[in-house]
Design a protein. Structure first.
Length: 181
């Protein structure tokens, strides 16, 4: 069976499901999600791509970066992903959302849920920091510095997304898990 046929016949593509890509800021979540979306489209499946920053902006939630605000948005992404997957959509959600209780909620409530953790050392994140996130003087609201992240306990896939790993390789690894799920 060809790779295209495998993804088309996978329950994730036929019945809906969620690929939840998480990691710290600048870990490559958006780039990997966009690359994965392109790979899935090439195989005949049109996914719904939910990027945390874009969803946050679309909902007008551009100022609540404290723990309560971040957690509320994480649940918003989770519920939105659940709703779409329940309607048979293949959802790719890229978000920081590093809360154990959100990951547990996803596992409990979303059929065909695949959790991907992009693991990148802080030194590398700071090198990639295109938005100046890690250079801010007021770092109380920065996940990984002022806000303690709750990294996934048992992700379906953990990718060291730096060094010799490019977005295409990361997307390919995720796609393999999607075809099995």
């Amino acid at each position: 069976m060809t790779t295209a046929a495998k993804i088309l016949t996978s329950p994730l593509a036929r019945e809906g499901g969620v690929v939840w890509i998480t990691g710290l800021a600048e870990s490559g979540k958006t780039t990997v999600a966009q690359t994965l979306s392109g790979c899935v489209k090439e195989r005949g499946v049109n996914p719904v791509l939910l990027d945390g920053n874009i969803v946050r902006e679309a909902l007008g939630e551009t100022r609540s970066f404290d723990r309560a605000g971040r957690q509320k948005m994480a649940y918003t992404y989770a519920r939105l992903s659940h709703m779409l997957a329940s309607q048979g959509q293949f959802v790719i959600c890229s978000t920081i959302s590093l809360y154990h209780e959100v990951h547990e909620w996803n596992r409990k409530n979303i059929n065909r849920y695949i959790e991907v953790f992009l693991d990148v050392p802080m030194e590398e994140l700071k090198k990639r920091d295109s938005k100046g996130i890690y250079e801010q003087k007021d770092d109380e609201e920065i996940v990984g510095i002022g806000v303690k992240p709750e990294f996934p306990v048992s992700p379906d896939l953990q990718i060291a997304n730096f060094s010799d790993i490019d977005p295409e390789t990361a997307a390919s690894r995720i796609l393999e898990v999607c075809m099995d799920g």
